[in-house]
Design a protein around this ligand. Sequence first.
Ligand SMILES: [Zn+2]
Length: 467
Amino acid sequence: MKITVVGAAGGEVTGSAYYIQTDRASVLLDCGMFQGGKKSEALNKPPVGARQKIDAVLVTHGHLDHTGRLPLLAQRGHTMPVYATAATIDMAALIIRDSARIQAGDAKRKNRKRARTGEPPAQPLYTEQEAEDIIKRFRPVSYNKAVKVATGIEARFVEAGHMLGSTSIEVTISEDGRQKRVVFSGDLGPRGVPMLHDFVPLREADMVFLESTYGDRDHKPFEETVEEFSAVVKDAVARKGRILIPTFAVGRAQLLTTLLGWMFRKNKLRPFPLFLDSPMAIEATKIYYKHFQETPELFDERLLKYIEQKPIREDLKTLKPTVSANESAAIGKCTPPYLVMAGAGMCNAGRILHHLKENLAKSETHVLIVGYQGRGSLGRRLVDKEEVVRIYGEEVPLKAQVHTMGGFSAHAGQKDLLAWFDALAPSKPRVILIHGEDGPRQTLADLIQQRHGLKSTLPAMKDTIEL
Ligand SMILES: [Zn+2]
């Protein structure tokens, strides 16, 4: 039995994919898209060779960097089942469809240019039909119950506290009378955010694949971040500025709107115009509402109690979801103060680019960075406070105030990663660190060595690990 790392390794944080093979079965765990700069995006190929079979796919959670290459499997003609929790299936379907639309749009734009220069037309990475073909393959699993997913391979999905439906996956692999247990952390959420449940650590493994996104640092506690967020928003409103928040459509957008509603309900701030300028975030919010109704047990008790007192939408009368491009363009004509949440989360595409291009040169603009910014992305340049950034081929001086709020991250900080691992450490698993840039990954490896005397492996892309 062996596992080949076909994404989120060698310092890459995106593109998560792991290929598990035994004599009798092959299972792929996650099939994510590489995101960030052009160099990462060039890696967006099917994770395994054309002749290699896949009996089942297991998906930890819906984010694009864990699901975005799934349609490439349909393109190759694979027809295996794809297992995930019901909430992950809803989120993944939304995210994959959106990705296919973006791919089609990008190809169209390129081809308009190519038609002028006489170059052969570009093909999208995958089509909307291929996205539908893979979405049809999803099969829901329950939390905590082991399911047989292929001959000699069982999987158990356990809460990871990272986004709605997110899980770690424990895979039990049998071959020739031997049995090995491999735990994939998936993306782990920070503890103590009163929206979803905290992660549930696992206790036994022969091998663990642990994410290391923030292996080198801790976030500010959530409560402190809420204070900081309130202060920035209040100040910006008082100065009649614009607040721009690049948000991942799923998770951060819902957390921040809930938080703004809470500030209004508690009279910490007078209601002012908020724009949810992302058709996808609007759809994701509907999925949240659907699961409030159908599976309230997925949410933190504090959130459920809060909603019981009064529905969130009553606090958010000044929130305008903008679906059409015309509505989006009209936001720029509004008199500030106002706040805009728009995708993409790393500012590498989407409506946020227009808002940034119009407003980055104004000192009264505030940009709030609330999620991870991949190397090479525009969001990372803003975090690094570069003096001038390029948007749509134009140079824009960065005069706006950029606030990085790690405490809103959907990823566990160092302390929480170690707490998750502490539960597993007594079973002395072999540790494979993935999903982190080189610095954070090494720092986490050193800490695990110090605390538990366990050496970590830091695989490169395409490395195969024997079990
Ligand atoms: Zn994620």
